[in-house]
Design a protein around this ligand. Structure first.
Ligand code: SF4
Length: 116
């Protein structure tokens, strides 16, 4: 995979807009997260998908504009891949990259950003 363009994630100038929706978790991630943080931080959708909860418009793990589980082994693969890699397929990210405002400010990122 070629080098990907860098984004100003740390600290994010967009109040971590990409964290506004919570994130899908694998069963293993949900299990590891609930063991450490309790069951209230995740929920299961009607389709059986585990997700992190959102409070105050951001994922519960975002604190002071920083992901509080970024260094943990159970940091979700979806977060690790966004906005370039799809966690399930390992291919290009499949969904809307413009939830990161950098993609609106710098539209060239959409063309540059696909892994080779
Ligand atoms: S991906 Fe975009 S919105 Fe998310 S932390 Fe990085 S710069 Fe901010």
């Amino acid at each position: 995979m070629r080098d990907l363009p860098s984004l100003p994630c740390y600290p994010c100038p967009h109040r971590s807009a990409c964290c506004a929706y919570g994130v899908t978790l694998s069963d293993e991630e949900a299990s590891a997260i609930t063991q450490v943080h309790g069951a209230a931080v995740v929920y299961r959708t009607r389709w059986g998908e585990w997700r992190t909860r959102v409070r105050g418009g951001r994922c519960v793990f975002l604190r002071d504009n920083v992901c509080s589980i970024h260094a943990e082994p159970y940091y979700p693969a979806v977060c690790r891949g966004f906005p370039w890699i799809d966690a399930e397929t390992g291919g290009p990210y499949q969904y809307d990259r413009t939830i990161c405002p950098e993609f609106i400010a710098r539209p060239e990122l959409i063309r540059l950003g696909l892994p080779a």
